[in-house]
Structures are given as C-alpha cells and as structure tokens.
Ligand binder design. Structure first.
Ligand SMILES: Cc1cc2nc3c(=O)[nH]c(=O)nc-3n(C[C@H](O)[C@H](O)[C@H](O)COP(=O)(O)O)c2cc1C
Length: 299
C-alpha cells in the first residue's frame, strides 16, 4: 500500500529522512530505519572535513527552527564507511553531497558510486555555507553542468535539492532536462533572529536556515507548481509536523516526503505514528495505493 518506486529505487514507504537534521551519526540513521523510515539521506558530505560554525548554531523560533550548522561533516574520507554500513543493513541510502565546483561534485559522486549508494542528493541549496549550496543552485548553468557530468560518468540516480527562489520551477525543469532522476524541493529558507537584549543576531553565523511549520505552506506551493511542469518525481521537504502535512505534500504532487525538524521535536516514534495514521486515512477514504494520492489536488 505504501511502497513506492522512486526513479527505480524500491522503497518500503515514501517517508525519507531529511539530510542533516539528526546529525551524521549512523546510530541515528539506524533508529530512523527501525522506526519505519523508507530511506535515509545522509548529512551532506564535502571534500574537506568541516568543523562547522561555533555555537549557537541552532535556535527555536516561533513555528520552527533557525540553524546554521555550517555543513559540519567528516569530509570525503568519512563517506565510504557510512554508506557501506547502511547498505549492509539493507537501508536505501541517498548520499547528500556539496561541492564548490563541478570537479568537487564529481569526486564526491564517485565515492558514493563506488560505495554502492542508491543515489546522490546534490545539496544546491544550503542557505548559510559560503561558496557552497544556494550560491551554486541559483546558477542554472552550473547546476545543469553538474548534473550532466555526474549522469555521464556514473550509472547512478541524481536528485538535486533546490532552495526557494523566484525561478525554482525553471531551475527544476532545467535539472530534469539535464538528466536528473528526481528533484528535492525545498531546503531551509534564509532567516535571522536578533537577541534584542544583546542587540545582535543569535546565531554565530548571523544568518540561518528556517525549517519547521513556518515553511510548510511555502514548500507545498513550490511542489504544487513544480508538479505541473515536471515529469520526474518530486521529493518534498519542508515543515512536516504531523501526518496530514505528509498527505498534503503527496496531494500537491510529491512522490516521496522528507521529514526533518519534527524528529527533534517529537522523536523517532513520529515516523511509526505517521505511517499508521496515513494507512488509516487511506483506508477510510478508499485509497488503495500511494500512487492514487499523488497530485490529486490538481484534478
Ligand atoms: C540542524 C539541521 C541541519 C541540516 N543539515 C542539512 C544538510 O547537511 N544538508 C541539507 O541538504 N539539508 C540540511 N538541512 C535541511 C533539511 O534537510 C530540510 O531540508 C529542512 O530542515 C526542511 O525540512 P524540515 O522543516 O522538515 O526540517 C538541515 C536542517 C537542520 C534543521
């Protein structure tokens, strides 16, 4: 009932762990899997090890969180053991990577490919890491070149993760034409919180990425619009806080849905409860498979 074929990757259900939110510890990935997640996206890997920003790197705001972790990760040396371990456990593994140019993306994709990852998610949308992320994803030509080169060199699924922008649908379409197997919409949205008593921004990086319920309606609109222009699967990300939000994404046109910040708030049991609640909803409304839900809000 809940199984999907995501660009050829068979998943037991359409819920995917969003990159980075539970950190990069394999034990966290295993807990998500044990609680029923359909696939894991790893924390974003970069070529060099990154220590991340100094604290504070995350703060709660009304309706969500602001984070500027700074893409803390062990670098390319850390990729192989994580991917191979997850694959040994039978977990569909999507490896998030971020580079400064085409060559860095190719190097990282090559390690993911050799380690038998199911796909790479291209982080083209981190709103707070200078020279990486959003700066790349807003450059349509560069985005296209990165996707084309990875698809030319490796027989592997590629899912670019795009951030909010005025032309996100156009960039997604260009990604599709370049050979992307699916597109992830959206990442966190740049924001800031100021401590009025200290009269300065709360986060050490000043700017952060807003996640959680505040961004959900924005993400739904982006997915809905993209669905009308794309032929490749859309993987939704942004502000899922209860099972209804997941159904909303599916009805807007997403084939799979990533969950992130909610796990920090409600724990890994959220995955299990969401699956149960969606099954009950589908039974009560007569939906026999997920496919029947995808994009129904457009009819
Ligand atoms: C603490 C934290 C770390 C994150 N790290 C990454 C990351 O390394 N790579 C990435 O592509 N997205 C990262 N994200 C963004 C999430 O994957 C997700 O797209 C975003 O939080 C929106 O979904 P949510 O509202 O369900 O959390 C991070 C988000 C948070 C809150």
């Amino acid at each position: 009932m809940l199984q999907i074929d995501l660009a050829g990757i068979k998943l037991r259900n359409f819920l995917i762990l969003a990159s980075g939110v539970v950190g990069s510890d394999v034990s966290m990935y295993l807990r998500a899997w044990e609680n029923g997640i359909g696939a894991i996206v790893t924390k974003t890997f970069t070529i060099e090890r990154r220590e991340g920003f100094t604290t504070p790197i995350i703060t709660a705001v009304r309706c969500g969180y602001l984070n500027a972790v700074g893409l803390e990760n062990p670098g390319k040396e850390g990729m192989k053991p994580v991917i191979e371990y997850l694959k040994k456990c039978g977990i569909p593994t999507i490896v998030s990577i971020a580079g400064r140019d085409v060559d860095e993306f190719l190097q990282l994709a090559s390690i993911a490919y050799e380690s038998n990852a199911d796909a790479v998610e291209l982080n083209l949308s981190c709103p707070h890491a200078k020279g990486l992320g959003l700066e790349i994803g807003l450059d349509r030509e560069l985005t296209v070149r990165i996707i084309k080169r990875i698809k030319d060199d490796f027989d592997m699924k590629v899912f670019p993760k795009l951030g909010l922008s005025s032309n996100v649908t156009e960039i997604a379409k260009s990604a599709e034409v370049a050979g992307a197997d699916g597109v992830v919409l959206i990442n966190t949205i740049r924001g800031m919180k100021i401590d009025i008593w200290l009269a300065k921004p709360v986060l050490s990086n000043k700017f952060g990425g807003l996640s959680g319920p505040a961004i959900h309606p924005i993400a739904v609109a982006v997915v809905y619009q993209a669905y009308e222009h794309l032929n490749i699967p859309i993987i939704a990300s942004g502000g899922v806080w209860d099972w209804e939000d997941v159904v909303e994404f599916l009805m807007a046109g997403a084939k799979a849905v990533q969950i992130g910040s909610v796990l920090t708030d409600k724990g890994f049991e959220f995955i299990r409860e969401t699956i149960e609640n969606i099954k009950n909803f589908m039974n009560s409304r007569g939906y026999k498979s997920v496919e029947e839900l995808i994009g129904v809000a457009h009819e």
